[in-house]
Ligand binder design. Sequence first.
Ligand code: UGY
Ligand code: MN
Length: 247
Amino acid sequence: MPELFGSTRARIAPRHALITPGNHVNSAVPGITGATTVVLINEAMGAKFAQTLVTFQEGGQATRGASDVQTFGYFMDGSATATVGRDKKKCSAGHYFYAPPGQAWSLTSVKPGTQVTLFQKKYVPLAGTAVPKAIFGDAAKVTGTPFLGDPAANLQVLLPDEPGFDMAVNLFAYEPGGHLPFVEVHVMEHGLVMLDGQGVYRMEDSWYPVQAGDVIWMAPYCAQWFVAMGKKPASYLYYKDVNRPAL
Ligand code: UGY
Ligand code: MN
């Protein structure tokens, strides 16, 4: 969609945001070299997590030392060796890794053009519950379930649904015309990237046309609804915070 004469679909509101690929500006992020790195969502926006898109060039790599930050990385395209602590795995499109707090991670032997979406959050411990271990996964091997029984909205949960995890990352795929069954209002925050197709996202009192590559932030209690439009299925990858006490 050409955005001429200073027009844009981007909108940065106090409690939600939409950023399109045409808006991207790179940042220098320590530990990431030979790549363009776009910090799409972070605390500067009002979020309690960060969502970053990294596109690697020849010889690019990423490393992050152990800290209280946990990282989920999803391969949108390309391939690389992901190392978390002492474990390593060759990853390609649709694969993902989870680096728990206290473990270093890196991406090496990266094929030029590889794109990875990172979700990062400071880990909140839960008394009596063990900190999660490293995970490597492949979305193609994760069984989906019809969301609230609707086969037109298929949900894949990529991380274990266990109390040790204070973040979730899911894939949502919609048939054309498929939609969220009602306008959700919830305490959990979302970061989201459209992977395929197009549709309309309602956030608070605005309705936005969205398509593959768009990134969305929804603050806690942001009213939200989505409908897939067009002739192809639509899908998105999204983050949410989970499993911690209300007070
Ligand atoms: O998990 C969720 O809250 C999900 N149903 N929200 C969303 O897709 N906007
Ligand atoms: Mn939601």
